[in-house]
Design a protein around this ligand. Sequence first.
Ligand SMILES: NC(=O)c1ccc[n+]([C@@H]2O[C@H](COP(=O)([O-])OP(=O)(O)OC[C@H]3O[C@@H](n4cnc5c(N)ncnc54)[C@H](OP(=O)(O)O)[C@@H]3O)[C@@H](O)[C@H]2O)c1
Length: 287
Amino acid sequence: MGNAEALSPPTWLITGTSSGLGRLLTERLLERGDRVAATLRTPARLDDLAEMYGERLWRARLDVRDPLDVRSVVGQAFEDLDRIDVAVSNAGIGVYGAAEELSDDQIDQVISTNLTGSIHFARAVVPHLRAQGGGRLLQLSSMGGAVAFPGFSLYHASKWGIEGFIEALAQEIRPFGIEVTLVEPGVVETPFYASAPSTPVIDAYADNPEIVRGDIPPEEMPGDAEKVVRAMIELGEEEDPPARLLLGVDAYTHVTAAWRERLRAAEVTSDRSLGAVRDDWVAPDRA
Ligand SMILES: NC(=O)c1ccc[n+]([C@@H]2O[C@H](COP(=O)([O-])OP(=O)(O)OC[C@H]3O[C@@H](n4cnc5c(N)ncnc54)[C@H](OP(=O)(O)O)[C@@H]3O)[C@@H](O)[C@H]2O)c1
């Protein structure tokens, strides 16, 4: 451990810290003595924590939809705090409704926050982590980044999308000592569901009870925000963190069932898959 690391407590940079998991993570880290660079759209929402924790809380206004701001705020955080050990891409939103019911603006908002916002954040953070010789990136995905439910198509598009980006990025940056984990919680009670807007219902979809419309009952919210945050803190410290971490009984059950079904379906059509190949193709000898 170098001098700077020995002197300063573990330091985290987090997006979307005004509420829910981001806020709780910020609180728990500050309580245990870490430093937090908290970014959020309305910094005053952390006034109480600023008063309690003084300089250990660094704050900046950041809307992750603005790539220039993302780069400049991330750069400022590294400059002011010298070293950041764990960056957490947490900001995210949802919207309920059948795909046909969504507005163009809702599509822009969800994609520019969850998908391109997270891409800009990762691209802003990586050069600094590389320059300091390593670090960690936690990307909030969801069980909705691996399974799909009717009525949540746009959210799934954003989370499946960020999973693909992160999976490739992780392989590119591992040689620099940067470890990446996709955090995949199931349903956890936070302001997320109440904040997600609904769409006007099109008659043709009105009678389909499968379509998620936003009224998720408490018995379908098995996740514990405290335990999810604790798992994220452990991921920030773990020697050899996993590439993905499902969190919650619903996440584990739905995603493992969906993977089994995808594998089964791929095997059922394997003849057609393996047959779609050039007649003169010879497999390269990689030995
Ligand atoms: N709760 C769950 O069941 C669950 C499950 C799986 C994954 N997740 C993921 O966990 C993450 C946190 O969600 P949560 O449950 O804690 O919900 P939340 O309480 O609604 O928190 C979302 C946070 O994202 C921020 N945010 C939204 N748009 C933003 C933008 N353009 N720029 C910067 N910040 C923005 C919000 O800030 P404002 O206050 O300014 O809007 C808020 O701080 C999300 O990525 C979500 O997809 C949640």
